[in-house]
Design a protein around this ligand. Sequence first.
Ligand SMILES: [Zn+2]
Length: 313
Amino acid sequence: MLDNYQKSQPIAYRILKNAVSKDKYSHAYLFETNGFYDSYNLIFSFIKEILCKNINKETHNPQKCNICRMIDSGNYPEIEIISPDGMWIKKEQLRKLQNEFNKKAIIGNTKIYIIKEAEKLNKQSANSMLKFLEEPEEGIIAILVTDNIYGILETIRSRCQLIELKESKKELSVKNTNNKLSLILYNKEELEEEEIEKIEKVIKFINYYEKNHLDTIIYMQKLWHDYIKTKEDMLYAFDLMILYYKDVLNKISNRDIEIFDDYEKEIEEVSNKNTITEICDKLNILTDFKEKIKYNANAKLLMDKLVITLEGR
Ligand SMILES: [Zn+2]
């Protein structure tokens, strides 16, 4: 039930519930998940409110309701889900979707498509996506989902209603996998010395790379591998780099530095060397490479390739 998110996601809840009560929906929503662990459940709760006309009746039993059961089991014919095929969401995938949507609905009169990891729309597929969004058809609702809002083209972003989810402190500690990161985000003073040192190393690495580019590869052992050893360290270090570049983006856009205010001088230097587009590209590359770490990639190869990819953008 959408009502389950009233406390944890009050703003998103208000916007979505309001749409439900008026039965008036945007033709496109862009969910920025911000790492909220329950994002897809929230999104599907919203979808159920759109599609199941009985959901708010007292007699409604989700275990017995055909519509809700079909949605839960992934068999509702008017919902299409698109995830990246490899690195990107491809144009052909959207073409197939378009064909699907030209057919008449079997149930009801609303069709919904969900684009997972929408930041992975490449140039061509983003263009066909734009056509979708520019000429919205009656009864079709698009739901784009991303945890990297900077990877979404402005032209797409501006045509969607943004639903920003927040990752709250409580959820972080429940999840417990990202504890160190939560300390940086919320309780910097509680960090241990060893942690602070690790953060310094990662930031030194970025600053070294920004000055020396490909030469970074020669000193990779000293700059990186001597400190970042386990897979957990790698994931953590990538999160740090992503947060750091987000702060660079804040600086370029004349917004406040959110996290690394101790490194204002360094952030300014990096921001002077990059355009907004370049930083967004770098954020995308880092997000992609972070995914690769999860699949047991060889750390040494991966880091060399990261520098090469960042240079060859
Ligand atoms: Zn139902």
